[in-house]
Design a protein around this ligand. Structure first.
Ligand code: NAP
Length: 280
């Protein structure tokens, strides 16, 4: 029996137990996957429990993805590249950190017939999720990334890395500024909480969508509700859309590969998991 958990604060609405549960059931693995509320000041205590054999691994969500770093014996190349960890494996009392967010988003894009290489992207927001998508896009050889953000300093911080051949531009969050970046873009990614269940704010308007080419994809990292206003507006304009569920599922399957230390049939598991969680 493998003992797993997802930790965060808040954690109540996490879909991770359902997502991992569906994948592990399909694989016939005996498991326990808990949802554990861990306040920032209690992370050390949780780590102690995990090291003492309480868990074989755990996923991390806000606000622990960076704070876990000092507790790890080793991090993989991805986690070093992202300076954040979303998956920890516990082996012989040592903690090993991985980051599967980038691969999760890349696989999600692939499902929509898109890829990073050579693509022009617009990312809305400059928090943790934006950082993961931007890092993965640079690594994946995107042609250009425009980051629209209300706090320029946050965008500057997450873009402060070797961007290789990818052109990175930071702009403001007004409708006109976003629209200017949408011209000729192939993928628009919402990495802000605007439109999320329980968040009072939404975009002031959606006119910027009119500037996107007809074959563009509008990708919202939010999965609750499963169709945000942004996605509904994009759909009404005949654009392709994708919510955040695909990213969530693919990063979870990639995490399961780390837990089980073996390659999995990712596309087969995706089908099982999406059927299990799409209406939750
Ligand atoms: P975060 O670190 O708090 O960053 C949020 C970003 O949104 C910040 O850049 C913030 O701007 C911006 N923002 C917030 N309110 C805004 C407003 N009213 N106007 C303009 N910008 C605003 O959050 P996160 O962890 O990156 O998560 C972002 C979204 O992605 C959430 O909806 C989350 O559920 C989703 N997500 C999905 C997945 C998945 O697997 N599908 C994974 C991770 C996150 P400032 O920089 O100015 O503060």
């Amino acid at each position: 029996m493998i003992r797993l958990a997802v930790i965060g604060d808040p954690i109540e609405h996490s879909l991770s137990p359902a997502v991992h549960g569906a994948a592990l059931n399909r694989l016939g693995i005996e498991y326990e996957y808990k949802k554990v509320l861990v306040h920032p000041e209690n992370l050390g205590e949780f780590v102690k429990t995990a090291r003492a054999g309480g868990y074989d691994g755990f996923n991390l969500t806000m606000p622990h993805k960076v704070n876990i770093l000092p507790y790890l014996s080793q991090t993989d190349e991805e986690a070093q590249y992202y300076s954040a960890v979303n998956t920890v494996c516990v082996r012989d009392g040592e903690l090993y950190g991985f980051n599967t967010d980038g691969i999760g988003y890349e696989l999600a894009l692939g499902r929509m017939g898109k890829r990073f290489r050579g693509s022009r992207l617009v990312v809305l927001g400059a928090g943790g999720a934006a950082a993961a998508v931007i890092a993965a896009a640079i690594r994946g050889g995107a042609e250009s990334i425009s980051v629209a953000c209300r706090t320029a300093a946050h965008a500057e911080k997450i873009c402060d890395r070797d961007t290789g051949d990818t052109k990175v531009k930071i702009c403001g969050f007004s409708d006109t500024e976003i629209a200017a970046e949408c011209k000729g873009a192939e993928v628009l990614i919402n990495a802000t909480p605007l439109g999320m269940e329980g968040v009072a704010h939404n975009f002031d308007g959606f006119d910027f969508l009119d500037a996107l080419p007809q074959e563009a994809l509008v990708s919202d990292l939010i999965y609750k509700p499963n169709k945000t206003k942004l996605l509904a507006e994009a759909e009404a304009r005949g654009l392709k859309t994708q919510n955040g569920l695909d990213m969530l599922i693919f990063q979870a399957i990639a995490a399961d590969e780390r837990y089980l230390d073996r390659k999995l049939d990712v596309q087969d598991l995706y089908k099982t998991v999406i059927d299990a969680v799409k209406d939750r």
